[in-house]
Write a protein that binds this ligand. Sequence first.
Ligand code: SF4
Length: 582
Amino acid sequence: MELPEFDFLFRERFERLKTREVFVGDVGIGGNNPIRLQSMTSVDTMNTSLVVQQIQRMVNAGSELVRLTAQGVREAEHLAVIKARLNEVGYNVPLIADIHYSPAAAEAAARVVEKVRINPGNYTDRNTGKSIYSDTEYDGAVDRIREKMAPLISICKDHGTAIRIGSNHGSLSERIVSRYGDTPMGMAYAALEFIQVCESLGYYNMVVSMKASNTRIMVQATRIMVALMHKYGSVYPLHLGVTEAGEGEDGRIRSAVGIGTLLADGIGDTIRVSLTEEPENELPVARTLRDLFASPDMEELFYRPAKLPINPAEYNRRETHSVCGIGGVNPGVVLTLSNSDFPMNPEGKLVGKEGTIVSDFMGLPKSEGDTIALLRDVDSIKLPVKGKGELILLAQPFSMAVNSTRSAIFRLIERGDTQPVILCYNDNEPDEEIYAVKAAAHLGPLFIDGLADGLDLLHPSLSDEVLCRIAYGILQATRSRITATEYVSCPSCGRTKYNIQQAVKEIRSKTSHLAGLTIGIMGCIVNGPGEMADADYGYVGSGNGVITLFRGKHPVRKNIPEENAVQELITLIQEDGRWIEP
Ligand code: SF4
C-alpha cells in the first residue's frame, strides 16, 4: 500500500484547500463557500415538538445545517413531518438524516431531506470472522456494495440529495481491516472505496468525514483522505469533527485540538463540535474555531522545507535532548513562567530575555548554560541557538500563528538543532471557555505532530491554577501527557434512552482520579461499543433506562437500571483491581 503525497499540506502561505462545491439544499459546502457550522439533535426524532424546538434553538445559535438520527424507515419518513413543521414556523434549514445499518431508512430519508449520512462500515458484507481476503473476494465485496448502493444513489440523483460518507474509527468492516488494519489508512480507504462506487454510478454530490475520538487518528485519517482524493481525482468537501469528545472544558479542548489542527492545514469545509451537552452549546465553540482560521494572519511567514520533516500520517515526536526534564523522552510539561519574567509590552507581545538564565524556572534543576532563547517570530530563528542545555521558548502572537511556529520548528529540525521547544501562548480573551478553545487550537496542532515539548499559557487575569488545568487538558487531548481519566462520551441522539448528561457528570465526579483509564459513556448499544473504540470500560445505554457495562469490547453486565449503574461500574473497576481511593 502506497503512502500518498502530502505536499499540498505545507505551502508558502495560508490558503484553504480547494474542494469541489456540493449543495445541501441551497447551502453550498466546499468551493469558495465559507466553512459551514452544523450540529445534531439529541431528542427522540419521533417527538416532533421537542425536535422542532431544539432545531430552532440550534439554528438561532448559528447552525446552518441540522442532522437528526433516523434509525429506521419510520423515523426517516417522519423527517417529512418535522420539515413541514419547521417550514410553518419559518425555519428552512437543510436537514441531514443520520443513518446506521439500514439501507431502507437511507432510501426513505433521501426522498425527504437534503442530505443523508452513511457509514461505509455499515454497507458492506456482514463480518464472518475472516481475516484474509483474496483479491477476487475483495473485489467481489466491492461489487456487492455497488449493488446495495445503487438504489440510494438513484434516489439521491432524482431528488438532488447529498451524501456524507463518514468513516468512523472502530466501525470499519473486517474486509477493510484485513487489508489496512483498524487504522487511519483503513478509514480513508473505506471512504475512498465508496467515493469510487458513487462516481462509477455517475454521482458526485458527496461530503466526506473521518471521525475518531482520538485526535491523532482523526487528523491522520483526514490528511490521508485528502491525499488520496488528490491522487485519484476530485477532492470532495471535508466535514470535520472529533467524535465522543465529551463535555465541558475537556470536550471543547479535544474538539479544538482535532478540528483546529486540520483547519490550520487549510482542510475543512463544514464542522461539527460534538459535546455531551445541549446541541446549541456546540455552536459558540464551532464559531470560534471557524473564525480563528477564517482570517488568518496573512503576514504569517511559512517556511517550506525541501523535504517535509514530519510524516503527517503518523505520530513521531521530534528528536530533542533533555534539559531540566524537558524534551527527550519526558512527557510534555506545563510551565508557569510568570508574566514578570516575560512581561508583555503594550501590544501584548512578550518581550526581551533572549539568552538569559531564568532564575525561578519552576524550581527546575538548572546547570551552567541552561538558557532560554525566546523566538518572537520566524525571523528570530536566525539566532544562534545551537548547543546543549538550551530550551527554546516559542512565543506565539495573538493572531493565528500555527504555521509560522511550525515553520520555525521545521528550521530547527533541518539545522539539526535538538533543543526542546516550549510553546508560549498569550491572549487577553476575557471568556475562560473561549480562551481554552483558542489556546487548544493554537497549540494543539504542534503537539499533534510531536513538534513541542511543553507549554506555557499566559493571561492577564486567569489564575495559574486555571491556566495549568487548561494546559494539562491540551496535553491530554493531544496524548502528549496523560494526567487524568479519559472520557469518551457521545453527544447522544434520538437513540439515547437514558439521562446521559447526568450519567457523564456522575461518572466524572466519581472516577476523575483514575488517571490513565479510559471510560466510554455512550447513548446506545447499536453504535456505542464500536465508537468508543479502545476504552477500558464502557457504560452504554441498552434500552429504556437500562445500561450495559463493557470491559474493553465485551459486555459484562447487562441491562442494569440506570439508578444503580454508576455504582456497578465502580464495583467492576474495583473487582479488576484498577480502582484507587480518591
Ligand atoms: S452512540 Fe450516541 S450519538 Fe451515536 S448513535 Fe448511539 S446514541 Fe446516537
